[in-house]
Write a protein that binds this ligand. Structure first.
Ligand SMILES: NC(=O)c1ccc[n+]([C@@H]2O[C@H](COP(=O)([O-])OP(=O)(O)OC[C@H]3O[C@@H](n4cnc5c(N)ncnc54)[C@H](OP(=O)(O)O)[C@@H]3O)[C@@H](O)[C@H]2O)c1
Length: 245
């Protein structure tokens, strides 16, 4: 994809991977709007990246997602790239943590329902724009789960699956469907200090953006690059067969 001359909407773009992508889109000459729940984090991101636009939105709320589309159509009708990046990760012990269904459900809603709903909401809008794209942020855990985060891993496997179908179905439209598959990256995902074993976010984001700019559709890094490709020969052939391309 061309990294310049876009108007990019990034969910969860005030921190971590989303903010690193925002910085690079801005540097390449695109306008960027970042969305999140915490207004103070959005302000911090704006101070760090002058020219950044922000919007408070809880993607867990279907009404907030609808309102986001309406706001984009009235304030930033030129948005041509949607980045579904917002996500949470909960560690849990399934034998003990059996009670707090609302907390469990939030992970499903934020990581899976929200990107699917936002995709459906934005498809008609994006189809009217030049060089439209949807970028989904999945995970290396889409391909092999981390059992300490069982629901998270399941949502990421599902989002990867949805992204493959989305790309197939939108092939006849101008909308490009791209997927970023991060390995463990050193961000505050799941809570501060839980991902310090991850790769540095800047090195990861530099590599991903370079490869998206070179035209790749699904991009991993390090261990996630290795695992996303490991079973591909068989599963890609099967995908072609099932979907009769
Ligand atoms: N870091 C890793 O190791 C890793 C690996 C694989 C995949 N990923 C994926 O990368 C994406 C970004 O995560 P990150 O590592 O950059 O962690 P992060 O710094 O915690 O970023 C997550 C962002 O999502 C936002 N968010 C969470 N729930 C939201 C909601 N309901 N509505 C709107 N925004 C919401 C958060 O902002 P607010 O709290 O202010 O809303 C935050 O800015 C996630 O999808 C994650 O699953 C990360």
């Amino acid at each position: 994809m061309n990294l310049a001359n876009n108007t990019v909407l990034i969910t969860g773009g005030a921190s971590g991977i989303g903010l690193a992508l925002a910085e690079r889109f801005v540097k390449a000459g695109s306008q960027v709007i970042v969305v999140g729940r915490r207004e103070d984090k959005l302000r911090e991101a704006q101070a760090q990246l002058p020219g950044l636009h922000t919007r408070v939105c809880d993607v867990a709320s279907a009404a907030d997602r609808q309102a986001l589309l309406y706001w984009v159509q009235t304030e930033f009708a030129q948005v041509n790239v949607l980045v579904n990046n917002a996500g949470i990760q909960n560690r849990l012990q399934l034998a003990q943590d059996t009670e707090d269904w609302e907390a469990r459900r939030q992970e499903l809603i934020i990581n899976l329902e929200a990107p699917i709903h936002l995709t459906l909401l934005f498809i008609p809008h994006l189809q009217q724009q030049p060089n439209p794209a949807i970028i989904n942020v999945t995970s290396g855990l889409s391909f092999a789960p981390a059992a300490f985060a069982p629901i998270y891993s399941a949502t990421k496997a599902a989002l990867h699956s949805f992204t493959l179908s989305l790309r197939h179905q939108l092939a006849a439209t101008p909308i490009q469907v791209l997927e970023i598959v991060p390995p463990a990256v050193n961000t505050d995902l799941g809570g501060a200090g839980l991902h310090t074993f991850g790769v540095p976010v800047d090195a990861f984001a530099d590599s991903v953006m370079e490869r998206l700019a070179a035209g790749e559709e699904e991009v991993g890094y390090g261990t996630s690059e290795e695992i996303r490709q490991a079973v591909r020969q068989v599963t890609d052939a099967r995908f072609q067969l099932i979907n009769n391309r």
